[in-house]
Each structure stands twice: as structure tokens, then as C-alpha cells.
Design a protein around this ligand. Sequence first.
Ligand code: GDP
Ligand code: ZN
Length: 458
Amino acid sequence: MENDTIAAISTPVGEGGIAVIRVSGPEAIPIVDSVYRGKQSLKEANSHTVHYGHIVHPETGERIDEVLVTVMRAPRTFTREDVVEVSCHGGMIPVKNTLEALLSAGARLAEPGEFTKRAFLNGRIDLSQAEAVIDLIRAKTDRAARVAMHQAEGRLSKMIRRLRQKIIESLAHLAVNVDYPEYDAEEMTANMLLKECREVEAEIDRLLQTARQGKILREGIATVIVGRPNVGKSSLLNALTHENKAIVTDIPGTTRDVIEEYVNVRGVPLRLIDTAGIRETEDVVERIGVERSHRAMEQADLVILVLNHNEPLTEDDRRLIELIREQTAIVMVNKTDLSRRIDLDEVKRLIGDKPLITTSLKEERGIDDLEQAIADLFFTGKMEVGDTAIVSNARHIHLLVRAKRSVREVIEGIESGMPLDMVEIDLKNAWQALGEIIGDAVAEDLIDQIFSQFCLGK
Ligand code: GDP
Ligand code: ZN
């Protein structure tokens, strides 16, 4: 059971002047109180009140830090348990000492995500909201954080619940028709079921359409910079990372085998792949050859091909242009400060409708155009994060695809004249898959709900 009391530093380590230690569980208040000295014992404190005092060493009684303590009693808390938050002021050492004092007073160090897990287990939030909290913590740009925030507020959950409600209604109609054919207060015709399923399918499609953008926000646009030696790939990398300051991706517990860096371009997170190659050898194409860079390109959402303004196109350039044909790509002609020896008309002809940008990284010109081209490719105006829920989580996408497949089965079954009781199982599967998104899909639940609908509706 999850009934011990946990504690952890809940603000980013080493940042800012204030750190907050969060304590949650049945003994949260007495544990903090045992190392707290203030005007009043915390045990008598009202819920949602703040208290000034000191944390003292459990054995020596020596003052460790000056603190503000917030007491919040269950159930109106994030975890629905008693929660105490200790705001420390004295920098990292006193914070660590305060945490140690709390641990020796009986709290256990929380595992990553354990507060959120408790909130879920105690019914405070559903699964998709819990996942959103994790996304929120990991969000790499403001925009990604906003999407996660909306999801944490339950926007996706609300849409999923609405869809499931629709399916339940269809199932209820179906049950009336199948089990009580003589009860024809409302005959569930196949056409009506078809209509409802098509609506559900359309809504799932809409959610899935947001998934590409969601994935981008969550994982960043996998970006590969290619080009012959000396065209300016490293310079571009530097320009992008310096102008936009690389985002730290040091999420504890994640190990990466590829070296990646994130940069934030107008709210679009670019995940620059294989930048180590560029940095270390100063020459990806020479090192790994055109064939291997082809492979790197295959996993990319975006390829930036750099050409040299100061040299005629070479065979390698042409092969690289050929390789990006099927790809979302931007062609960048660099070194415009030097005289033009490249045939721009030929480049335009070869690259077709791919955006062409000219830059001088040396003189810091054209970088804005490049950033605009990237933003245009991935966030056209209509994709702006608005009121709709955005699906960004791989598990959710997977479940939505599963639900859609089941709904499809229903539609095709009815269309091919299958008896209605045969499609019931697919409809239930769709309901189940959607339920797994928000973390509640129990068979008994389904039965209860059908029953209550049946009574209510009739
Ligand atoms: P890479 O081999 O493709 O990574 O190319 P680098 O970024 O290492 O650049 C090769 C050389 O070109 C370096 O000496 C850069 O300073 C220089 N360079 C990069 N961009 C420009 C530019 O826009 N104009 C000029 N004149 N030189 C540049
Ligand atoms: Zn280089």
C-alpha cells in the first residue's frame, strides 16, 4: 500500500534562491512538525495556511534553515493526502540538510513521479493527466508546456470521455435491439449506429491529426544538417545553438545513444541529430559517406542541406539534392558574402518546390529567413495551439489507432450487412481502448454503464 509518507525537493536542483520540499502522506504534518520550530505547532494549523519558522537538526536542535511552511490537509491537495511544503531560502546545502532532517524524522525519499502517481491512485487525476504532468516537467518549449498544461487540465480526458459516452449510447441502443427485440420503444437501426460510429471515427481522426504536431512538440523535430565538407554545417549548428541557447536535455533516467541537442526556433523545438559527428570530425559526408548520411536522413523530420555559394555545384551536391527529394527539407546556400559561383537557377530547378534560403553565416545574414522557413514548414497558422486537445503521447496515439480500427470494423460490418450483435464486440473494444487512455476500462464498469444508460434512456 502507498500509505507511507514521502518527501522530495520539488523545485529544480540548483536553480533560484528558493527551493521547495514537498512532503505527502498520513504522517506529513507530524514529521515536519518534529523538526520545525515556530510560533505554533503545525499539528494545530488549519488547512492551507502558511507558517514562518525554522527547521532544526533532529538531534542537535541546531537551526538548519529559515523556512515558510505550507500545511494542506487531505483531501484538497494534489495527492489527496496531507501535504506539507517547506520553502527554504538558504541555498542548496540547507535544502539538502532540511531534506535529510525530514528523512531521519520518518519520511521516505520519493521516487520520480511518485507524487503524481499518488494523485492518480487516489483518483485526483486520470492517467492522461498524470502523463501530462510528466510532459510538463520535460517540456522543451513554452508551446509544448502549454499543450501539456491543457492536457493536465483534462482537455484530452474530456474529449475521450465524450467519445466513450457516444459509444456507450450506441451500445445501449444495441443492447435494446439485440436482447429485447420486442422492446421497440426506440429501434436502433443499423443506419443510426452507422451514423454514430462515423461521428466517433471522425473525432478520433481529428485527434490523430493533431498527433504529428503533438509529437513535434514533445520530441522535437528530428533535424539533420548535411552538405559537403566546408560549406558551413558547423557554423550553422553554432549559429542555431548560440542564438537560441541549446536546451538542456538532461532528464534523469534517460540515456541516449545518439548525441542530440535541442534548440528552440520560434517555439519549434529542433532536435539536432548526430551533431557530434559534425563537431568532432568537422565533416559528416567525408566521414560517413553519402550512403550513410542517407540513413541519418531517413530518420529525420527535417533535413537542412547546405550548399556553397562560392563554388559551382559538384556531383556530391547533386547526389545530396537527389537524396532529399522525398524529404521535408530546406536548401540553404551559404557564403553569400563571397562571390557567386553556384548556378542558383539550376539549384532551383533541381530542388523543385523545396524552400531555398541564402545565408552568410559569417556576416550573420539569412538566419532569420531560415528560422522562418522552419516555422512555416511545421507550424502553419492553422496549426496554432488553440482550444483543441493535442495528442502528443505515443501510448495515446497507439490506443486511438486501436479504437479507430475497431470503429472501422463496426462500420464495415454494418455496411456489409453483418448482424448487429456481431459488431457489438468491436464497439466494446473501441470503448475499452479509449478507456485505457484515461486509465479506466474495467469490464464490470461497462456492464454497469450500459445498464444505467438503459434504465435512464428508457
Ligand atoms: P562544415 O565543414 O560544413 O562544417 O563547415 P564549417 O562550418 O566548418 O565552415 C567551413 C569554413 O567556412 C570555416 O572557415 C567557416 O568560418 C567558413 N564559413 C562558414 N560560413 C561562412 C560564410 O557564410 N561566409 C564565409 N566567407 N565563410 C564561411
Ligand atoms: Zn564543420
